[in-house]
Design a protein around this ligand. Structure first.
Ligand code: PGA
Length: 266
């Protein structure tokens, strides 16, 4: 696992965008796993900028989003499909038929979840999966206690997640209680994982997830078992890590000596 401590949110977003861009240069038809939430907004903004100003081409990518609230239609302003359209898809040249976001109105939920897993396989698997982390340590909506082998399925949100996400809704009672989410096992099959986090609110859970025990109580800790994870944090989110000085030193040395190895060699 490579842990990069960026100076601030802008640098975190740029380093993350560099990793996606390098992946796209290596393989223009990359399969991207995408996340929602406030954390990746800067990353998407940077990808849109590079598309517009530098010609970054996303015409061949295939995308799979991690999760979606149950019973919110794609046009609902708080749905994750709407979020992705507004923050990324509308502004780049991705082919709409290559976009996959779990469908919140699926009638046969189990069958839909199996179809989603099969679509990921048919696309050849996810090349790079972007992740945020919840204050309770979740990745996607894999709340504490989720099996580390779990697959795409329906999940009940915790009270903490509902409260955290209430800021986006006019009425806190409108926050959905259920979501369709990729499982921890689904995420672990991505060839590469890019976890991003910013702000002091994430410092404690980041320290648990990256340096604490691997446990289903903090599903992000499963990433310690993944063969290629890059974590990009701003200074606040990294502040409680025990080996912070070491991570900073590695990043500074790479920036100085071999920038192309950032995100590539631990
Ligand atoms: P956030 O959400 O980016 O809005 O902090 C992260 C998450 O819940 O996965």
């Amino acid at each position: 696992m490579e842990i990069i401590i960026a100076d601030n949110y802008e640098e975190m977003s740029r380093v993350a965008a560099d990793m996606i861009e390098r992946q796209l240069l290596r393989k223009p038809s990359s399969v991207l796993g995408l996340a929602t939430g406030s954390t990746p907004v800067g990353l998407y903004r940077e990808l849109v900028r590079r598309h517009r100003e530098e010609g970054l081409d996303l015409s061949k990518v295939i995308t799979f989003n991690l999760d979606e609230y149950l019973d919110l239609s794609p046009s609902h302003p708080q749905s994750y499909r709407y979020f992705m359209d507004e923050n990324l898809f509308k502004h780049i040249n991705v082919d709409p038929k290559n976009i996959h976001v779990p469908y919140g109105h699926a009638e046969e939920i189990d069958a839909f979840c199996q179809w989603y897993e099969d679509e990921i396989s048919r696309a050849g698997g996810i090349d790079i999966q972007v992740l945020g982390i919840g204050a309770d340590g979740h990745i996607a909506f894999n709340e504490p206690g989720s099996s580390l082998g779990s697959r795409t399925r329906l999940k009940t949100l915790t009270k903490q997640t509902i409260d955290d996400n209430a800021r986006f809704f006019d009425d806190p009672n409108e926050v959905p209680r259920f979501a369709i989410t990729m499982g921890v096992g689904t995420i672990m099959e991505a060839r590469e994982v890019l976890l991003i986090a910013n702000g002091a609110k994430k410092a404690e859970i980041i320290a648990h997830a990256l340096e604490g025990p691997v446990t289903a109580q903090v599903t992000a800790s499963a990433l310690q078992m993944h063969r290629h994870v890059t974590v990009v944090l701003d200074a606040e989110a990294g502040a409680m890590l025990k080996r912070l000085d070491y991570y900073r030193w590695v990043f500074e040395e790479k920036k100085r000596l071999v920038p192309r190895l950032i995100g590539k060699v631990t």
